[in-house]
Ligand binder design. Structure first.
Ligand code: ATP
Length: 646
């Protein structure tokens, strides 16, 4: 799809924004020179299945050891004011290298990571680097129901320093919209597979804009041009080129740059199966490959030529004076013998020169703005995240399908239990139990998807130190409440009066209160299971099993529960809710009389249950149990989220 955009040339100063926003989009105050030496990343592979391995290893040796080397002694450097491009075929380790550079690669029991990464010759702490690094991942992680403008404004409100006013932050977002040529689609939804939204290129620019907002010193982009046509790709790299020329250090991986895009790369790193084949100035690459015996007979796009070499493909129009049978190995050996030592010597020399320019010492602004702190106060984080959550979920909250589902259930139940007589105890208990089933299952199922769906975005935003987990958690769960509470209120209102349950206002309000509290407890269960599994499918399966156990032990279906299973009912919030609802209907004099008659000759279990309901202590126990579960589930969900590495 052709990108219909008008990009202002990035290096051309915009006249519309104030000096504050201008400074956000102009030269970084803290230039970063990055060096990385001998980065090696190895992963242990799961043993292959009998009858055919799942993983194919790149070498026989690594198969034997069930270990795969993804990066092998990769070294390089990236300087302010330049674009460093990481080239290589698919699977050559580009994304892994970029993840390593932004500190997202950690040693684990299944993976080892070694080598050194230093910023400004070691003068900048990793934490300082993190705050000044913008990382645009290959996959765009954005909220689909927010517009382009909302996505950037919320990001600005959360990420820009508290010293800026809200208006200044909004203007900064507008400046980014202008800079990235997003004006025409500023009020269009981001969209997703299920929601129509902006184009892939526009979405990518929103992701880049979110990073540009904070004026990072180091901007790392993983395949920013994938899925774009060559014109759009060229425009995007041109924008990056402009940012680099303002003093930013830009590193990007790219699959297949056109020759005019290649011209904009100051430095190039070529990877093949995790090994470096070239590292140096972009314009010197062809001369280097000629010097080691690889020359094209006709002028070609240097990037195409290098990708052919990295793939080990010798085209007929290439003149090859080296060992053709093992091109890749020969190129890696040449790099290690010729280029790597020169490059290592060069980066240490360059550092001494550069250090005179960028000392790497912390600036006064740095010291005022400690890196580990969030940009804004907790209360502001909460308020902004709550607003964002409500906006993001507005479509879902009043999704007509959901509303129809609830209304249909309410009317159907109202008709089924139309003008139910208080003396039809079995029927009335059936209706109360139906309330408990419906309002137990519905919210817990909706809540199960919350955290698994947001895990990736949460990870991205938290790793950019945008907000604390507690503010996100409270805002996210509070954002669900309107939908979670409005629908049951309407439901109860319809069904209660159609079924003619106890007509005192107090009884109605108490029923509503019990159901709303119960909904929040059930929502807590869904959140907890979702946070524990972080996988929507597995979490919804587990919630089904738990809900089934809770419903079966709530006392409606089975009265004589075997003693060994009886404990289960005390863990069931459905049991407590059901008891409270019965208490409201049959708690008064008349109700007790009806119940006693109903239970005359009834089972021991049934007597015991209704006996408990009638007493004040039973009510208190039920309320206390629901309160404990409400707090307990939410604390547990929070603790489970904390254990995630974000
Ligand atoms: N944790 C892991 N376990 C097993 N294999 C891995 C792991 N991480 C990466 N790989 C493998 O390492 C190789 C390099 O992956 P990487 O994503 O860095 O490649 P890439 O060059 O970015 O590819 P593309 O251009 O297709 O995105 C791939 O073959 C990938 O499957």
């Amino acid at each position: 799809m052709t990108e219909q955009v008008e990009l202002t040339h990035p290096s051309k100063p915009t006249t519309t924004h104030s000096s504050m926003e201008d400074s956000i989009l102009s030269s970084p105050t803290f230039p970063i020179s990055l060096k990385f030496v001998d980065l090696t990343y190895k992963v242990k592979l799961a043993p292959p299945h009998k009858g055919g391995g799942v993983f194919r290893s790149t070498s026989a040796a690594s198969t034997a050891h069930q270990e795969r080397t993804i990066l092998k002694n990769v070294s390089g450097a990236a300087s302010p004011g330049e674009i460093t491009a990481v080239l290589g075929p698919s699977g050559s380790g580009k994304s892994t290298l970029l993840n390593a550079l932004v500190g997202r690669l950690h040693p684990t029991p299944h993976a080892s990571f070694s080598g050194s990464i230093t910023a400004n010759d070691g003068a900048s702490k990793p934490s300082a680097l993190r705050r000044r690094t913008g990382f645009v991942a290959q996959e765009d992680l954005l909220y689909p129901h927010l517009t382009v403008r909302e996505s950037l404004v919320f990001c600005a409100l959360l990420r820009l320093p508290r010293a800026l006013t809200r208006d200044a932050k909004r203007r900064a977002a507008e400046a980014v919209i202008t800079e990235l040529g997003l004006g025409k689609c500023a009020d269009t939804l981001i969209g997703s597979v299920f929601v129509r939204g902006v184009s892939g290129g526009e979405r990518k620019r929103v992701s880049i804009g979110q990073e540009m907002l904070v004026g990072p010193s180091l901007l790392v982009l993983d395949e920013p041009t994938s899925g774009l046509d060559s014109t759009a790709a060229h425009r995007l790299v041109l924008t990056m080129h402009g940012l680099a020329r303002k003093g930013m250090t830009v590193i990007m991986s790219i699959h297949q740059p056109s020759s005019r895009v290649y011209q904009m790369f100051d430095a190039v790193i070529l990877l093949s199966e995790g090994c470096c084949m070239y590292c140096g100035r972009g314009r010197d690459a062809m001369d280097y490959f000629a010097s080691v015996g690889f020359t094209p007979r006709f002028p070609v796009n240097p990037a195409d030529f290098m990708l052919d070499l990295a793939n080990g493909v010798a085209q007929v129009d290439y003149q090859i004076d080296a060992d053709k049978s093992n091109m890749k190995q020969s190129l890696v050996t040449s790099y290690n013998k010729l280029l790597a030592p020169k490059f290592m010597a060069c980066i240490s020399d360059k550092t001494e020169v550069e250090d005179n320019v960028h000392t790497g010492r912390q600036t006064p602004q740095d010291q005022q703005d400690p890196i580990n702190h969030y940009s804004i106060r907790w209360t502001d984080q909460f308020a902004i995240l709550l607003r964002r959550s409500l906006k993001e979920r507005r479509h879902e909250a009043f999704n007509y399908l959901r509303v129809t589902q609830v209304m249909a259930a309410a009317v159907l139940a109202g008709l089924m239990w139309w003008r139910n007589d208080i003396r039809d105890v079995r029927d009335r208990l059936g209706l109360l139990f139906f309330f408990s089933i419906f309002w137990g299952v519905f919210p817990s199922f909706n809540a199960v998807f919350t955290f698994p769906q947001e895990r990736a975005i949460l990870g991205k935003e938290r790793s950019s130190s945008m907000y604390s987990l507690s503010s996100y958690y409270l805002a996210r769960t509070a954002g669900d409440l309107p939908m979670e509470l409005v629908l049951p209120t309407v439901f109860i209102f319809i069904t209660y009066w159609m079924a003619e349950l106890r007509s005192e206002l107090e009884a109605f309000l108490l029923t509503l209160l019990v159901i709303l509290s119960y909904v929040m407890v059930a929502q807590g269960l869904g959140l907890t299971v979702g946070a524990a599994m972080m996988d929507a499918k597995r979490a919804s399966t587990l919630v089904t099993v738990i809900q089934l156990a809770f419903l079966l032990t709530a006392g409606f279906y089975v009265e004589k529960i075997p003693p060994c299973m009886r404990w289960l009912k005390y863990t069931s919030f459905t049991y407590y809710c059901f008891r409270l609802l019965i208490g409201i209907q049959y708690g008064g004099r008349e109700g007790r009389f009806v119940l006693v008659r109903f239970n005359h000759g009834g089972s021991e279990e049934g007597e015991a249950m209704f006996g408990e309901v009638e007493g004040t202590s039973g009510v208190i126990v039920s309320i206390a149990a629901l309160a404990v579960m409400f707090v307990g589930y939410r604390l547990l969900a929070y603790a489970l989220l904390r254990r995630l590495k974000v």
